[in-house]
Design a protein around this ligand. Sequence first.
Ligand SMILES: [Zn+2]
Length: 207
Amino acid sequence: MEELFDGVKEFSNQEFEQNKLLFQKLSKKQSPHTLFISCSDSRVVPNLITKSVPGDLFIIRNIANIVPPYRKSSEYLSTTSAIEYAVIVLKVKNIVVCGHSNCGGCSALYAENELLNTIPHTKKWLELAKPAKEKVEKLKAQFNYDSTDWLLEQENIVLQISHLLSYPFIKEQYKNKSLNIYGWYYDIENGIVYNYNKSKKIFERIE
Ligand SMILES: [Zn+2]
């Protein structure tokens, strides 16, 4: 923990001082252009991989970058309320659903019940990614893949994009082209990000 305290001191004395004008501007209001939905995984750092600065991205992070389908509820809906706020109040222009390689959330879909029963809320949450697993199982039988971790991680991104379109205010803006939706796949080992091509239905390297 000591290193985090030291990091804060260094930030206040260096980065903050060097970027005072930006922080001054940001102290009054935020107007992020993009809602970035990624996994909570410690290795996924949205501002780092996009070289963006404070104020650019409104970020939602949860296990396996999941978007719960739209519903009205009296429960406390964390992800749904953040999406609602970003699109309706902040009026973001883009939404990125960013999955990644070696995703523990996705691989937990194959975990034994013995483990999953010790993390019941996670188990429940991951139900929202199950259709991606079912699709991968079908593709697996068809194409004889060795490893399908990457496929599940990518299919999960596509699934979560479809969930985004169940939000009436997103669907409407997406249809009239005032809101863009992207699916990204971050390959941690190689430092590469792939962008989903919706018409070709494949992920293409951003280069
Ligand atoms: Zn993950």
